[in-house]
Design a protein around this ligand. Structure first.
Ligand SMILES: Cc1cc2nc3c(=O)[nH]c(=O)nc-3n(C[C@H](O)[C@H](O)[C@H](O)COP(=O)(O)O)c2cc1C
Length: 174
């Protein structure tokens, strides 16, 4: 499948089977998140793999959007290594952590898709609750969670997946 076809076909999965994701596939997915470009190549992205019974159970107390995933990757960035631009006049104390973590998350999402593993991008959580629940150090900033697994018999793309605005709304030639 070519990349654009993969991107069009990917949808947010919300119906997961209990079948675990194989270690070899998880390794490839994490590798995809490792090799991404980051600001100044500082590589502040950090991945917490949540798949133990205890870790997955805790998910239920940090997000309503856990969808009983068998595997979750909590994507964070490390404030100690992130690139900063204190001189940015739009964003006070700008750092590139959200961008660095998001490019890693996005790349992992598409690698998973390529391997036949479905995903859901989750941001519906309180960062402090996540940090406290999983005992993250204070310099570790949660950005998103990527739920991964195989689809169950109810799996389908919801209506939002088919609602995309026309290209003219996104593109302006200057
Ligand atoms: C930044 C971001 C945050 C999201 N947070 C959630 C979430 O917390 N819960 C959820 O069910 N879906 C979440 N989604 C999935 C979006 O709702 C979904 O990508 C969008 O509706 C388009 O549907 P599709 O991914 O099936 O094409 C999130 C997606 C993004 C990119």
């Amino acid at each position: 499948m070519d990349f654009l076809e993969l991107a069009v076909n990917r949808y947010s999965e919300r119906f997961f089977d209990t079948r675990p994701v194989e270690q070899e596939k998880l390794d490839r997915i994490l590798e995809a998140g490792r090799v991404v470009p980051t600001a100044c190549n500082y590589q502040p992205q950090r991945f917490y793999v949540i798949r133990s019974e205890e870790g997955l159970e805790k998910l239920k107390s940090v997000t309503a959007f856990h969808y009983n995933v068998p595997l979750m990757i909590l994507v964070c960035y490390d404030l100690r290594t992130v690139w900063r631009n204190p001189g940015d006049r739009y964003y006070r104390n700008y750092n590139s952590g959200e961008q660095d973590a998001s490019i890693a998350a996005t790349t992992m999402m598409y690698e998973a898709e390529e391997l036949g593993v479905h995903t859901i991008w989750i941001r519906g959580f309180d960062s402090k609750t996540v940090a406290d629940t999983y005992g993250l150090p204070e310099y570790m900033i949660p950005v998103m969670m990527l739920g991964l697994g195989y689809p169950n018999e109810k799996a389908h793309a919801n209506a939002w997946h088919y609602k995309r605005n026309p290209i003219e709304e996104f593109v302006t030639e200057l």
